[in-house]
Design a protein around this ligand. Structure first.
Ligand SMILES: Nc1ncnc2c1ncn2[C@@H]1O[C@H](COP(=O)(O)OP(=O)(O)OP(=O)(O)O)[C@@H](O)[C@H]1O
Ligand SMILES: [Mg+2]
Length: 368
């Protein structure tokens, strides 16, 4: 059992307020990913939980007990750093055994733990090798193994695969997921890579400027971003955002982006009224919510193809509606030339409305 709770954590570095009133509960056996841009406070938060950094205000609890008074070594929380510092003159076996020797583990127990962790990480054949003979991926496996041998209550990982190449990162991602599935230790994983976050997390914690922006499952943060920051940080290519004017014309609602107008369900107006929507609204729609057709159909508007980016499995196509450009996702090759005339509409069910000033989502759920 290991539940980590943060209650109103605040931390300053000199005049910089780098963690701002952060509260969060990471449930037992949960895999939580901290995601946010460089400098937003991910590492500092993680180090505070591990006891490597003091906080100015708030409480950190492990299984309901405050742990700020405990030294890092007494918290039973393991930390994997991006720059895995293995002992170069030790073999892999000795690197894995080191944390166990440090606490006086008996030889048989030590040996069986090292071998079983080595096996689960697929590095049994490397136990006698020295770090200089290992690939980057294997070094990182050893670093993770070294964190696991003590069977910590919780595992904190700070961009553990950030320095590996893209292909290896993908392999390690799958391994980390499997390892968590087998071991089930409560884990907090830091990254600024949204693909990594989406694929690994039970829940993603999106941070910006020391503030938690949204906490939710990968699907929740993707489908229902809480604000403009989350909407634009998650998803690639980025969500289209445009300032929107909503109109009603004989019971038909429409949204105008610059000079391009798109139909919306009639109940949009009632929903906006109920939310007392601010005067300035922004519309957000991901490329897959911009639907493209070669033929004119009800609700579709003419557009000119401005750019085509093939991604292999699909294309990303920039469409010009008068002075407005929207990015659409199509099946690959659907639009075959720049300058072509096509028709497009915005899928209301994939449309988000935000208060432009505060950035907060109005959380309207429209049907198509
Ligand atoms: N020891 C320190 N002294 C002063 N400022 C610090 C210290 N450590 C971090 N900071 C500052 O605190 C802020 C948060 O840093 P932190 O390392 O937690 O960000 P991060 O989200 O982990 O970023 P990255 O993705 O680049 O690793 C940054 O503005 C950073 O410059
Ligand atoms: Mg960091």
């Amino acid at each position: 059992m290991a539940e980590i709770e943060l209650r109103h954590i605040n931390k300053h570095f000199g005049p910089d307020h780098v963690i701002r009133d952060v509260s969060l509960t990471v449930k037992d056996r949960e895999f939580v990913v901290f995601l946010g841009p460089s400098g937003c406070g991910k590492t500092t938060t993680l180090r505070a939980i591990a006891g490597l950094e003091e906080i100015d205000e708030g409480d950190i609890l492990l299984d309901g007990r405050p742990i700020q008074g405990l030294r890092a070594a007494d918290r039973d929380i393991a930390f994997v750093f991006q720059n895995y510092a293995l002992y170069p003159h030790f073999t892999v076996y000795e690197n894995l055994a080191f944390p166990l020797r440090a606490v006086g583990t008996a030889r048989d127990a030590l040996d069986s733990t090292v071998r079983s962790v080595g096996k689960s990480l697929g590095i049994t054949h490397l136990l006698n090798a020295r770090p200089s003979a290992l690939s980057g991926g294997d070094m990182q496996r050893v670093a993770i193994g070294r964190a696991l041998v003590r069977r910590p209550k919780a595992l904190l990982l700070d961009e553990p695969i950030g320095s590996l190449d893209a292909k290896l990162r993908e392999t390690m991602r799958v391994e980390l997921k499997r390892l968590h599935f087998e071991n089930g230790s409560t884990s907090i994983y830091v990254t600024h890579d949204q693909v990594e976050a989406m694929s690994l997390a039970d829940r993603i914690v999106v941070m910006n400027d020391g503030v938690l922006q949204q906490v939710g499952t990968p699907t929740e943060v993707y489908l229902y971003p809480a604000n403009l920051f989350v909407a634009q940080f998650i998803g690639s290519p980025v969500m289209n955002i445009a300032s929107a004017t909503i109109r009603s014309d004989g019971g038909q609602a429409s949204v105008t982006l610059d000079d391009a107008s798109f139909d919306m369900p009639a109940d949009l107006l009632g929903m906006l009224d109920k939310k007392r929507a601010a005067p300035a609204l922004s519309l957000g729609v991901r490329p897959e919510g911009v639907l493209v057709s070669h033929t004119d159909q009800p609700g579709y508007r003419p557009a000119e193809v401005h750019l085509i980016q093939p991604y292999g499995g699909f294309d990303i196509v920039d469409l010009r509606f008068g002075s407005k450009t929207l990015r659409a996702r199509t099946s690959s090759g659907y639009v075959d030339r720049i300058g072509a005339r096509v028709f497009a509409r915005i899928a209301p069910s994939q449309t988000h409305f935000f208060d432009t000033q505060s950035g907060a989502s109005l959380d309207l759920r429209l049907g198509d």
